[in-house]
Design a protein around this ligand. Structure first.
Ligand code: SAM
Length: 219
């Protein structure tokens, strides 16, 4: 437990008490290569999906509930949103969901090559100032690492409201080992609208009638 996060934060205690069997801290990487076998106690063939930056967990819980035959790992940095995410999933009766407080940039330490099937990256922090662009999640090295930990045929769903970040991301996607299988600058007026699940952040941008940019990447 990190002291600077623990003071007056009830979510830290919840993570280590009520939700201790459902969430992991930075030691989550002890599960590398064994998520299916040790954590979910499921077969090696069960699909394992990852959501990066679950926020309040609306999408994470919905997904876990809709696909009981798959298992889901969510990553969050903030204790509050981590607890909200796992609480939503547990209260929805999901046995197939776990959260980890882990930086997505360290994905190679968290998963073995080929361990993950599909990946969801929804509305990652945009870091709009030029001098902060280096903090964006989508970078050449991250995409190489993500590609390595995914299985052949796995899909990454990327959504953002930030046009500058979208253009940045697509440039990196094109230069990465992934294939872009879908691309739109207006998801809610595209044929994928009906298959799309609106995340918490997405609902806020839709209220302001902002377009949602979306890309699917295939390994
Ligand atoms: C803008 S919110 C989007 C939340 C959610 N995906 C949605 O669409 O409603 C981005 C979330 O990513 C988390 N986050 C930011 N950087 C991260 C990182 N490097 N690894 C894991 N999570 C991160 C933040 O704590 C925040 O909750």
């Amino acid at each position: 437990m990190e002291d600077r996060f623990t003071a007056n934060n009830p979510y830290v205690e919840l993570m280590y008490t009520e939700f201790k069997d459902w969430s992991f801290d930075e030691k989550a990487d002890n599960n590398r290569g064994y998520w299916r076998e040790r954590v979910f106690q499921c077969s090696a063939e069960t699909p394992l999906d990852l959501e990066i930056g679950t926020g309040n967990g609306t999408h994470f819980a919905k997904l876990s509930q809709a696909h009981p035959g798959r298992v889901f790992v969510g990553l969050e940095l903030k204790f509050k949103t981590l607890v909200q995410s796992i609480r939503r999933a547990v209260r929805a009766g999901c046995q197939n969901a776990r959260m980890a407080r882990y930086r997505a940039e360290g994905i190679k330490e968290l998963f073995a090559p080929g361990e993950i099937n599909n990946v969801y990256i929804h509305f990652p922090d945009p870091w709009p100032k030029k001098r902060h662009n280096k903090n964006r999640l989508i970078q050449a090295e991250f995409l190489l690492n993500l590609h390595e930990v995914m299985q052949e045929g796995g899909v990454v769903e990327f959504k953002t409201d930030d046009y500058d970040y979208f253009k940045w991301a697509v440039r990196y996607f094109r230069a990465s080992p992934f294939t872009i299988s879908f691309f739109t600058e207006d998801l809610h007026h595209s044929f994928r609208k009906d298959q799309n699940f609106v995340t918490h952040f997405e609902s806020l941008f839709l209220q302001r009638q902002q377009p949602i940019y979306c890309c699917l990447l295939k390994k």
